[in-house]
Design a protein around this ligand. Structure first.
Ligand code: ADP
Ligand code: MG
Length: 644
């Protein structure tokens, strides 16, 4: 490539679209352009400091690490310069000229949902630099890389179609200077108080000095290293907002200073709201790791497990080597111990919240519980994890009231040895599940699981204390039947005589013939109280919910159809009537229809009926027949029939 040449390069279509919106339609929160430029300067300084600690050969290595802002209120120019890592020509084209990550598309999508959101989100999509065009009619960047023998580069653009890039002859010192020619309607920013206010509001905690003309404006306190007693809540809140771009205060603040066996300070926050954009940008989490106040890694992902990724904050240790590389961190035993300790602290803190103010803990659970539940793989912390889980249950008054496993165990009845759970789409659906009838009659509490991940949670933790989790359709009924009933109800239904018992057995085997291979067996039920029939799994087969999950995840091809066992409630009115019909005419079509209907209804209830057409047709046919009978049996009202 030739030296000294000037090239004009067009912005990509995606960038143009983004710039167009930034330039023409965003008038609120424009002051964040300064935060973004300072944040880039600070990143560049961090990178340089990292090179210095590694011992790299650095240009102007004795330069102070700082950011300087100046302005000219006659010419309406603001200049921001840093002594950071700088950029070469190629880096300039790659970093400033193009949007590296597919950030702009996501950004635009979110922006179209909420224009005000620009403030909170622009920095998160790797497009922060472009926010300068909200206030600039022209931007000139001059940069000199820390690498020796690289030329100084100038980049110039008005933020519309293209930019111009050229090699400079003038000798530049290491770092980057950004000169902003303000738009006519943005002149207000060329003002000392205005600029100072913005820096204090958004960039107060940048860990390098920021000078405005000659004065240092930011505080640069590494507040996580200060004693807790010296820090006010406002300072914590301010730091949190600086760190996360959140507008609200944090939900919880955890400040810890640990000296032995390993020294570290941590300042962690739990946000009030679960981060919406987590959905879009799965990498946007992690704690900032410092070693002796030097930022080693932004958003380190190994200090906390992913299920605690809603936690924001910083960790700083004296005991890690300054020149540690990000790649070897995970193998460093000191780092691993710090990570364990940080994780333990977060869990203990949550336990304390749960104990001291259960209501507040539920607020936390509502926001972050969905992510937190994914911790079922953290076997190391499983005890705390289990204590922090919450479920809806048959003992709850409504869907909102949640119970802990500890609550559940505290309410277990005499001789109960398992924790029972039922899975369904909603509380109403589970309430209607015939499998639950026997649990109700025994006064056994059942956990209600609505979230698909819940079944993974209970099946991977398997036990709470010594109590195994059991799905209501997979529990051992013989054991349950031995437990005392809550109230001994007088058996209203007459017992069948020996002859009818025999007929009942034949009816069951006829039902089996009707259903054929679809069921393994049709037998009398011990569990049903209010429903005529239900389907259960023969021992050791997959629970019906697991089947459903596998089906949804499209693995049905590999799955042999699960055969079910059908249970019939001998005391149910419908079954008694069916028995009468059977005694009169064993081959009556009504028996076949009812059997099919009972089978398909049970499938429907558990969400496993593939095609409802047959069921609906049959139901309509039976309703028609019933209405005919009803019409014949009841006297017509026009003839002034008597009331019963
Ligand atoms: P992000 O900071 O999220 O990467 P930006 O749009 O703010 O996205 O910046 C894009 C890139 O431009 C940065 O990643 C960096 O490589 C480069 N850059 C911006 N400002 C500077 C600067 N002052 N010094 C060095 N490089 C910079
Ligand atoms: Mg940036």
């Amino acid at each position: 490539m030739t030296e000294n040449h000037t090239t004009i390069i067009e912005f990509k279509a995606e960038t143009k679209k983004l710039l167009d919106i930034l330039v023409h339609s965003l008038y609120t929160s424009r002051d964040i352009f300064l935060r973004e430029l300072i944040s880039n300067a600070s990143d560049a300084l961090d990178k340089l400091r990292f090179e210095l600690t590694k011992g790299s050969d650095v240009l102007d290595s004795d330069f102070p690490l700082e950011v300087r802002i100046s302005f000219d209120d006659k010419k309406n120019i603001i200049t921001i310069s840093d002594t950071g890592i700088g950029m070469t020509r190629d880096e300039m084209i790659a970093n400033i000229g193009t949007i590296a990550k597919s950030g702009s598309e996501e950004f635009l999508k979110q922006l179209s949902e909420n224009k005000e959101a620009v403030n909170n989100i622009i920095g998160r999509f790797g497009i922060g630099f472009y926010s300068v065009f909200m206030v600039a009619k022209q931007v000139i960047i001059k940069s000199k890389s820390y690498k020796k023998n690289e030329s100084a580069i100038e980049w110039k653009s008005d933020g519309t179609g293209d930019y111009e890039i050229s090699t400079l002859d003038e000798p530049l010192k290491r770092g980057t200077t950004i000169e902003i020619q303000l738009k006519d309607d943005a002149k207000e920013f060329a003002d000392k108080y205005r600029l100072e206010g913005i820096v204090k509001k958004h960039s107060n905690f940048i860990s390098f000095p920021i000078y405005l003309d000659k004065d240092k404006v930011n505080t640069i306190a590494a507040i996580w290293r200060e004693p807790k007693s010296s820090i006010k809540k406002e300072q914590y809140d301010e730091f949190y907002k600086f760190l996360t771009y959140d507008n609200e205060e944090p939900f919880e603040t955890l400040h810890k200073s640990v000296d032995a066996p390993i020294q570290f300070n941590s300042l962690l926050f739990i946000p009030k709201k679960s981060y919406e954009y987590w959905r879009f940008n799965r990498d946007d989490y992690g704690l900032d790791l410092y070693v002796r106040r030097v930022l080693i890694q932004h958003q380190n992902k190994d200090l906390l497990p992913e299920y605690l990724s809603f936690v924001k904050g910083v960790v700083d240790s004296e005991d890690l080597p300054l020149n540690i590389s990000r790649e070897t961190l995970q193998e460093n035993i000191i780092f691993t111990k710090i990570a364990q300790s940080v994780t333990g602290n977060v869990l203990s803190h949550l336990l304390k919240v749960a104990k001291d103010s259960p209501e507040r803990y539920l607020e936390f659970w509502k926001e972050h519980g969905k992510i937190f539940k994914l911790g079922y793989m953290d076997f190391q912390n499983t005890e705390k994890y289990q204590q922090l889980l919450r479920f809806n249950s048959s003992a709850s008054r409504d869907e909102k009231e949640l119970v802990s496993l500890e609550d559940y165990v505290g309410r277990m009845i005499k001789d109960q040895k398992e924790i029972y759970y039922a899975i369904g789409a909603s509380r109403e659906a589970i309430d209607l599940n015939p499998h639950l009838e026997i649990y109700k009659s025994k006064g056994l509490e059942v956990l209600y699981l609505y979230d698909p991940v819940d079944e993974f949670v209970v099946s991977s933790i398997r036990k709470h204390k010594e109590f195994e989790f059991k799905s209501v359709d997979a529990a051992d009924l013989k054991e349950i039947d031995k437990l005392d009933d809550v109230e001994k109800k007088e058996d209203q239904t007459e017992k069948l005589n020996a002859d009818d018992e025999k007929h009942f057995d034949s009816l069951l085997s006829q039902m089996k013939d009707i259903l054929g291979d679809r069921v393994t067996e049709v037998k009398e039920s011990k569990r049903l109280k209010g429903s005529p029939a239900c389907l259960i799994n023969p021992d050791d087969t997959m629970s019906s919910t697991m089947q459903k999950i596998l089906k949804m995840s499209n693995q049905e091809m590999a799955l042999p159809a699960q055969k079910r066992l059908m249970e019939i409630n001998k005391d149910h009115k419908l079954i008694r009537n069916l028995l009468s019909v059977f005694k009169k005419e064993a081959k009556d079509q009504f028996i076949a229809d009812t059997t099919e209907q009972l089978y398909e209804s049970a499938l429907l209830l558990e969400g496993n009926l593939d095609d409802p057409h047959k069921l609906v047709n049959r139901l309509n046919k039976m309703l028609t027949e019933a209405s005919e009978l009803y019409k014949k049996a009841s006297p017509s009202p026009s003839k002034g029939g008597e009331q019963e």
